[in-house]
Write a new protein. Structure first.
Length: 254
């Protein structure tokens, strides 16, 4: 399965937010989608998920499938969470795992829901009502429901928002493990934490100035030159003395 876009333009109404986007999500890849606020991360994900029509260009074939077919290929986690329902965590995740309107959950759906519970460290909360969770716990529940859907392409808009660092790292680590489970899996993850992107992503797509400014490994994209162009001269980069990972910090006078 190819997941490729060509000369894509997305926006709000008649206003283009991003133009000239051409890239491919490769099998087995975890790709971080980064850029300043308003750079178009959510607009791009919604177009790829088949929710908003692009202004121009070619979407992947999977994005154009009817909804009942599309959900078997694409799973989308929105940035803005719906109000927490009164369902238990387990039941909420199972609703994401199983086919809509099925009278009784299939065994494969039950297995996916249970795996998602463990992957997001929610098994101890499985019987708690979603409307009694903390913000971070509910965010993990939404992610678990997305993972349990069984799709081969994940489009995640800020899955680590509101999570403490250990749970954010757990989520990113599980996404890497999930990608190894089947050959055709791939994930595009919008994120603001540049250090998480540097640590866990195979590639990063840097958005800024209405375009895709860079698409390569974190080490080649998270450079002072590109970050200055995208975010302005407020960030500094250096190599971690132990891991060699690129580290990004804000320049703050103290």
């Amino acid at each position: 399965m190819n997941f490729e876009v060509t000369e894509l333009a997305v926006g709000r109404g008649a206003t283009s937010v991003l133009t000239g986007l051409s890239f491919e999500l490769k099998a087995g890849e975890l790709v971080g989608l980064i850029g300043p606020n308003g750079s178009g991360k959510t607009s791009l994900l919604r177009a790829l998920a088949g929710l908003d029509a692009p202004q121009k260009g070619q979407l992947p074939a999977a994005s154009l499938e009817p909804p009942h077919q599309r959900r078997k290929i694409l799973a989308f986690l929105p940035q803005l969470a719906p109000p927490a329902p009164s369902y238990s965590v387990r039941d909420f995740i199972l609703m994401g795992s199983d086919e809509p309107l099925r009278w009784r959950a299939e065994s494969s759906a039950l297995q996916r829901a249970d795996e998602a519970l463990h992957a997001t460290d929610l098994h101890p909360l499985a019987d708690r009502s979603c409307d009694r969770l903390s913000g971070g716990e509910y965010r993990r529940t939404l992610l678990a429901a997305t993972l349990a859907q069984g799709a081969s392409v994940l489009l995640l808009d800020e899955p680590c928002a509101g999570l403490d660092l250990p749970h954010a790292a757990l989520v990113m680590d599980h996404l890497n493990n999930w990608l190894q489970g089947q050959r055709e899996r791939r994930a595009l993850v919008a994120m603001h934490d540049l250090n998480l992107a540097a640590q866990f992503c195979d590639r990063v797509f840097l958005l800024g100035q209405n375009q895709l400014m860079g698409q390569d490994t974190p080490h080649r994209v998270l450079t002072p030159e590109l970050l200055d162009r995208a975010f302005g001269p407020g960030l500094s980069c250096f190599e971690h003395p132990v891991s060699g990972q690129r580290v990004i910090l804000a320049k703050v006078a103290r």
